[in-house]
Design a protein around this ligand. Structure first.
Ligand code: GLY
Length: 290
């Protein structure tokens, strides 16, 4: 198997003025995760490193600059899963700069999914970087929220999947949810099988898109199941998106790595920024449209 990383910046419409930022952000995230792998880090360490870059980048709907809920506040969800079927997640938390790092800490603990104040308390206890909840609101998001402008390029999630040199897979997701979502709403991102899945014997998947459509078709696990019989990840990803469209409609995307290190992705939105790298490539490949 070949060590491999793939990241996505969300299934969405990317306006011309945002193409470069999406491209650069996903490339930087893949670089950060790849550096962890080169340094001997594990798959989940690489996933965390990559997603932290996207959470710090206002281009993406995660961490700083996430979309605002109906109260004009940032509420964040994140999850991580290792191919040994170990997982951790937090949801509806405020004032947490890097929810993906808290999700990774919870992997060692029980319970494995903590929401709202309980998630925030866990974040403080494990030494996560905290801030005032207002400090995660980006100017552009605030202006859009106040003016009730139509937001066309920030509907959902960021994510990453990694296969490390030991054959271990990990997948992660992070989001601010949907624009003007009701406070307390939790979508697919924090839910194993929906927003993410990893199984060392098959592959890893991170999804993005309409949580209310992704959850009933268990999109990440559905995509992993389509890898059966040595199907290429590109085909499995497309079959998963087709299944979502035929069963519940909605906009979504997913990225996949199989147990051999082959990558694939599919989406039915206008765009989805993706970057990937493996040990046979000289440099990161990045796209905003397939
Ligand atoms: N996919 C992100 C959400 O629906 O919350």
């Amino acid at each position: 198997m070949i060590p491999t990383i793939i990241v996505h910046g969300g299934a969405k419409t990317i306006t011309d003025d945002k193409v470069a930022a999406n491209h650069a952000g996903c490339t930087a995230a893949a670089e950060a995760g790849w550096a962890v792998l080169l340094g001997g880090g594990t798959a989940s360490e690489a996933v965390e490193a990559a997603i932290r870059i996207l959470e710090a980048d206002q281009t993406f709907n995660a961490g700083l600059g996430a979309t605002l809920n109906s109260d004009g506040e940032v509420e964040l969800d994140a999850a991580i899963m290792e191919g040994s079927l170990c997982w951790g997640a937090i949801a509806a938390v405020q004032g947490v700069r890097h929810p993906i790092s808290v999700a990774r800490k919870i992997m060692d603990d029980k319970p494995r999914l903590l929401v709202a104040r309980g998630g925030e308390r866990f974040a403080v206890d494990c030494g996560a970087e905290m801030c005032k909840k207002e400090n995660l609101i980006a100017e552009e998001q605030w202006e859009q929220w106040k003016e009730d402008q139509e937001v066309i390029d920030r509907p959902n999630t960021v994510g990453c999947v990694v296969l490390d040199g030991s054959g271990v897979l990990a997948a992660g997701t992070s989001t601010g949810g949907t624009t003007k979502q009701q406070s307390g709403r939790v979508g697919d991102t924090a839910l194993v099988g929906c927003g993410l899945y990893a199984d060392n014997k098959i592959g890893g998947c991170s999804t993005t898109g309409d949580g209310e459509s992704i959850i009933p078709v268990v999109l990440a696990k559905t995509a992993i199941d389509f890898l059966a019989g040595d199907r290429h990840p590109d085909e499995a990803a497309q079959m998963a998106i087709d299944a979502l469209v035929s069963k519940v409609k909605g906009e979504a995307g997913c990225i996949l790595i199989d147990d051999q290190g082959r990558v694939g992705w599919a989406y039915n939105s206008q765009h989805m920024a993706v970057a990937y790298m493996n040990a046979e490539m000289d440099k990161i490949a990045a796209f905003t449209k397939k």
